[in-house]
Design a protein around this ligand. Structure first.
Ligand code: SAM
Length: 460
């Protein structure tokens, strides 16, 4: 091709790409190929997911449809652990550990004293099977059709299941299902989504789901966002994986590999501050508590995940934050824990903070979340993440003072989240556009397409 014909060809390709509805702008790249800026509407999370975001959601639906169809982890009707594998070996997580994981989640949910519970992303019903006997009504939703069908067929009393995504709490079919279980127009007093946020594309989608959940819940109720991956612990997670994979590698190599793996991670992880930011503009007051996972076994589920409870509305439990004493941890060894806690708790409501998590840091006074829970057996208290640093733990006593631990704290340093959606868009949009060119101009030479500006604000 002559220079003129090449320029003409590039011009035509750029025009075709710019006309695609998912593209805001396209222009020739300086070194060859084409640069495209995605259209913000294609990336949007609300009011309805844009087409590219929808593709990201659909990808997870396909994963779980397949996982549940094959049901390789099915132990019993109420214990289908399909999909629960260790990141390093790919081996199923031990059954006893998963039972502990389920029990701790059930404890957290029941501690909020729910009556009518809406679960988003209910999966195989690990929680539904155990929660429904304690509730007046339970409605479960999931994007995976096979999960919804199996749970419906199980016929658990006082339950109903409907296929819906987490952002569809206001969809007529979800409302109709709630009408049938809770009564016409009656709101749930607890909306739960547990171990689902890792499938979300970005913080905008998380915010859309949170807004839907908060609008759906009755005054005085709770929204529980459980088993979240903490972005502030992502590097710890990948460093551990890299060290296990290659024990001979030096520290610098491990750190570099871990950083690359964390940047390429395809699941959403976020800080509690991201949730606080997303719920700040709610019409009703929302107070937040941040709970540590306290299973006995040291796995990635215990180390790097956490739960959030949002207490919603003017009737939210608990006294004003200023009434709760805060005291730093002064335990020295794990064997000191009961003694140190007893001392701190003796003088009334308290938040004990700054407790080094022995699973994550080697520091004087470090304690595992499990040891804290064991020491607090029979005491009205909650084991929390220290809101200032995810490597630290905290204790609130009584447990309903837990939201006080997150109030009046400075914003944490560092990014709010790791979002997988920009990576997805950089990979997926060129595939879609090349396909578009193939159809529009059969036989045309396809250019390299690079996506720039995946933030959706339209600036290249
Ligand atoms: C790891 S499983 C957790 C299941 C269950 N919540 C539990 O704790 O056992 C994740 C579930 O989230 C569902 N899911 C993924 N993305 C979703 C979305 N956007 N909306 C609703 N459910 C979703 C999947 O189909 C899957 O069943």
């Amino acid at each position: 091709m002559s220079d003129n014909t090449t320029a003409e060809h590039t011009g035509r390709i750029v025009e075709l790409l710019a006309a695609h509805p998912w593209v805001a702008r396209a222009r020739p790249a300086p070194g060859g190929g084409v640069l495209v800026v995605p259209h913000p509407a294609a990336l949007a999370a609300s009011p309805e997911p844009g087409p590219l975001l929808r593709e990201h959601l659909d990808q997870w639906t396909e994963v779980y449809d397949w996982v549940y169809e094959t049901a390789e982890g099915r132990h019993a009707d109420d214990l289908d652990l399909s999909g629960w594998q260790a990141s390093d070996t790919g081996a199923p997580l031990p059954e006893a550990h998963m039972r502990d994981w389920v029990d701790r989640t059930v404890d957290l949910v029941l501690a909020q004293r729910p009556g009518r519970l809406l679960e988003l992303g209910c999966g195989t019903g690990l929680l539904a099977h155990r929660l429904h006997p304690h509730l007046d009504g339970y409605v479960g939703t999931d994007v995976a059709q096979v999960a919804v069908e199996r749970l419906t067929a199980a016929g658990l009393p006082g339950t109903a299941f409907v296929r819906a995504a987490a952002h569809e709490t206001a969809a007529p079919r979800v409302r109709e299902t709630m009408d049938a279980v809770f009564g016409p127009g009656v709101l749930p007093d607890c909306v739960l989504f547990n171990s689902v946020t890792q499938c979300f594309p970005d913080l905008a989608y998380l915010a859309a789901v949170l807004h839907g959940a908060l609008s759906a819940v009755a005054d005085g109720g709770t929204v529980i966002v459980g088993d979240n991956r903490h972005s502030g612990l992502l590097l710890d997670h990948f460093e551990r994986l890299e060290r296990t994979r290659d024990p001979e590698a030096d520290g610098t190599t491990v750190a570099a590999r871990a950083l690359a793996a964390a940047e390429a991670d395809e699941e959403l992880s976020f800080t509690p501050a991201a949730v606080a930011a997303a719920v700040r503009s709610q019409p009703r007051p929302v107070r937040m508590s941040i709970h540590a996972r306290t299973m006995a076994e040291d796995t990635e589920l215990t180390r790097y995940r956490y739960d959030i409870v949002l207490h919603v509305g003017p009737h939210a439990d608990g006294p004003a934050p200023g009434h709760v004493r805060r005291t730093p941890w002064d335990g020295h060894r794990e064997s000191d824990v009961p003694e140190a806690l007893r001392g701190a708790l003796a003088e009334g409501p308290v938040i004990v903070h700054g407790i080094p998590n022995a699973l994550l840091v080697d520091a004087p006074g470090a304690v595992t979340p499990y040891a804290l829970r064991a020491a607090l057996e029979g005491v009205d208290a909650a084991v929390l993440l220290d809101a200032a640093d995810p490597h630290l733990l905290a204790v609130a006593a009584p447990a309903d003072r837990a939201p006080a631990a997150t109030e009046n704290l400075p914003a944490p340093a560092g990014p709010l989240a790791h979002e997988p959606f920009p990576l997805f868009v950089r990979r997926r949009l060129p595939e879609v556009l090349r396909d578009h060119l193939r159809r529009a101009e059969p036989g045309t030479t396809l250019p390299a397409i690079t996506v720039v500006d995946v933030t959706g604000d339209g600036h290249a």
